[in-house]
Design a binder for this molecule. Structure first.
Ligand SMILES: N[C@@H](CCC(=O)N[C@@H](CS)C(=O)NCC(=O)O)C(=O)O
Length: 230
């Protein structure tokens, strides 16, 4: 995944971004939508896919989608929770003012069917996500947007939990774990990614949950036990 210098959180109305602070950015790599390969496909990740795609890909870009906000409103009874104690993972909420940062992965040739087969099980069958086409803006070339496939959990899926106070979401995350690990790891790895995107790529919902976890964690268990959770 190409980590780049900081960029604005809310993308500018005009595509041209003011030059990043030092070091001056290298000329943006050109990423034609399919690198000449009509089979090529871009897949946008904004949750666990930003740190654990677990499928083969040919290229990756950090960037954002407009018109969506990320929310911990999807229940998870497999990867980060159980039937008795569902964890919370993210989905995209349609939001005209929203901007969600993540990673777009380009799959080409045989990678396309392999990735879609794998993600269908991980996201759709096990996670309750549907696919949706989004427009992805690479951080360094927002004037060259790409069409990408995103996995979105809609309110109609049985695992959907919907809105809750960030403190309640934090409590649920602290209490849950599943086959892929503790729900706290999921939250903190996503927060780490957002740090890498740069200080202006804020996600207030995510930050509020991380803050709530930080406040509650000492009450749950001493630090060394908390570190053993992830
Ligand atoms: N579709 C989102 C969210 C994906 C997500 O977090 N899905 C869960 C399924 S419920 C998952 O794959 N979890 C794997 C893990 O937690 O390591 C993305 O693009 O990252």
């Amino acid at each position: 995944m190409k980590q780049k210098s900081t960029a604005r959180n809310t993308p500018p109305a005009s595509p041209s971004l003011s030059p990043a602070p030092s070091p001056p950015p290298s000329p943006p790599a050109q990423h034609p939508p399919d690198n000449g390969d009509p089979q090529a496909l871009w897949i946008f990740g904004y949750g666990s896919l930003v740190w654990r795609p677990d499928f083969a890909y040919s290229d990756s870009l950090v960037g954002f989608v407009r018109g969506y906000s990320r929310r911990f409103w999807q229940g998870d009874t497999f990867h980060r929770g159980s039937d008795k104690m569902p964890g919370r993972v993210v989905t995209l909420l349609e939001d005209r003012e929203g901007c969600t940062w993540g990673v777009a992965y380009q799959v080409r040739g045989e990678q396309v069917s392999e990735a879609l087969k794998y993600l269908n099980v991980r996201e759709a069958v096990l996670g309750g996500y549907d696919t949706k086409e989004v427009t992805f803006y690479p951080q360094d070339t927002p004037d060259q947007p790409l069409k990408a496939l995103a996995y979105v959990a809609t309110p109609q899926n049985p695992g959907y939990l919907g809105p809750a106070p960030e403190e309640a979401i934090a409590t649920q995350i602290l209490a849950c774990r599943g086959f892929s690990g503790h729900n706290l790891e999921y939250l903190l790895r996503l927060a780490d990614f957002m740090q890498l995107c740069g200080p202006q790529a804020q996600d207030e919902h995510l930050a509020a949950i991380v803050d709530a976890v930080g406040t509650m964690l000492p009450c749950f268990c001493p630090t060394e036990q908390a570190l053993a959770l992830v």
